[in-house]
Design a protein around this ligand. Structure first.
Ligand code: IPM
Ligand code: MG
Length: 366
């Protein structure tokens, strides 16, 4: 089959890890007889330098009408001035918002080969296999007022945690639907002891749960969830959280898997019926959960696995290529089982190799 993909490498290690996932996709094409056409766009800091805006019009038009989008990372010290009018991160936030990608799926697994790469005790990591459903287009990231100003008594700043019933309802349903295909357990994360928006969230979660009598729903406060995620990570199956809680909890959860560089994500405009997005549905975006890691950019040592696994999620969810997705995941497992490591996961004594070698090994194993 033929597929058209938009690739947005972005800044920092973005282009390095994207290159490896393209290598892997090309290998998938050869092995399974598919043709991938890649069209590249600029986004983030690089786009600010070139055009003055982190998401040029040309880039957003490249994102429409394609089978899927593969995204690297954005940001870096060069654009970090707190008084800057535009920021690289605004690029990815605008794409998410404009394409309506409200559901961000972040699976967290501990691959057996990496059980000793995590600072968390191996005995706690057995059986860890959860998916965090992060709300991606609401809450503190987007609601107004959102601004800074000066008063006679000093500087002020405000962000707004606002959610509508519809936004909460639709993200919770994504969680419940996923839970139905998994262990039938859903953890809804909130801060209902303090926040009004969380009390609404909890109320709606309880209401929606009535339509899913087969799913066991628990409500957990976000601070307690942060603790339990390390103390008893195997307890969790599907976790649903608002935008910022989900952002924080998934960086934390990545420690279980060995490194922030390991985790993929899919940003969808809703869960496709039957678990698969057909071609022609709304476009989805796939990106690793890590950022642009400017401290290691350009050194060829970044871990490409989060991006490669994001490409696998793309094969599965947007292109309907289950066997191909599994082949990529198996090849990742294989390279790790053979002891190959990028530096971030190399503390267990495996053979530490460069980004491009890891990509080639995974591509070679397809
Ligand atoms: C993520 C990142 C982004 C976010 C940043 C780069 C804006 O941390 O995808 O988790 O906060 O959503
Ligand atoms: Mg994050």
């Amino acid at each position: 089959m033929q597929f058209k993909l938009t690739v947005l490498p972005g800044d920092g290690i973005g282009p390095e890890v994207i290159e490896e996932s393209i290598k892997v996709l090309r290998a998938v094409g050869v092995r399974f007889g598919h043709e991938f056409e890649f069209q590249y766009g600029i986004v983030g800091g690089g786009a600010i330098d070139a055009t003055g805006t982190p998401l040029p019009k040309e880039t957003i038009s490249l994102c429409r009408g394609v089978d899927a989008i593969l995204f690297g990372a954005v940001g870096g010290p060069k654009w970090d001035d707190p008084s800057a009018k535009v920021r690289p991160e605004d690029g990815i936030l605008a794409i998410r918002k404009q394409l309506g990608l409200f559901a961000n799926l972040r699976p967290v697994k501990v691959l057996p080969a990496l059980i000793n790469s995590s600072p968390v005790k191996a005995s706690l990591l057995e059986g860890v296999d959860m998916i965090v459903v992060r709300e991606l287009t609401g809450g503190l990231y987007f609601a107004s007022p959102k601004r800074r100003w000066e008063t006679s008594r000093g500087r002020r700043g405000v962000d707004t945690l606002r959610y509508t019933e519809q936004e909460i309802d639709r993200i919770l349903r994504v969680g419940f639907d996923l839970a139905r295909r998994r262990k039938k357990r859903l953890t809804s994360v909130d801060k209902a002891n303090v926040l009004e928006s969380s009390r609404l969230w909890r109320e709606i979660a309880t209401e929606v749960a009535c339509e899913y009598p087969d799913i066991e729903l628990e409500h957990v406060l976000v601070d307690a969830a942060a603790m339990q995620l390390i103390r008893n990570p195997a307890h969790y199956d599907v976790i649903v959280a608002e935008n910022m809680f989900g952002d924080i909890l998934t960086d934390e959860a990545s420690v279980l898997s060995g490194s922030l560089g390991m985790l993929p994500s899919a940003s969808l405009a809703g869960l496709p019926k039957g678990g698969r997005a057909k071609r022609g549905n709304k476009v989805s975006l796939y990106e690793p959960i890590h950022g642009s890691a400017p401290d290691i950019a350009g050194q060829g040592i970044a871990n490409p696995i989060g991006t490669v696994l994001s490409a696998a999620m793309m094969l599965r969810h947007s292109l309907g290529l289950e066997d191909e997705a599994t082949a990529v995941e198996r090849s990742v497992d294989g390279a790790l089982a053979e002891g190959y490591r990028t530096p971030d996961i190399g503390s267990d004594g495996g053979e530490v190799i460069a980004t491009s070698r890891m990509g080639s090994l995974i591509a070679g194993g397809i």
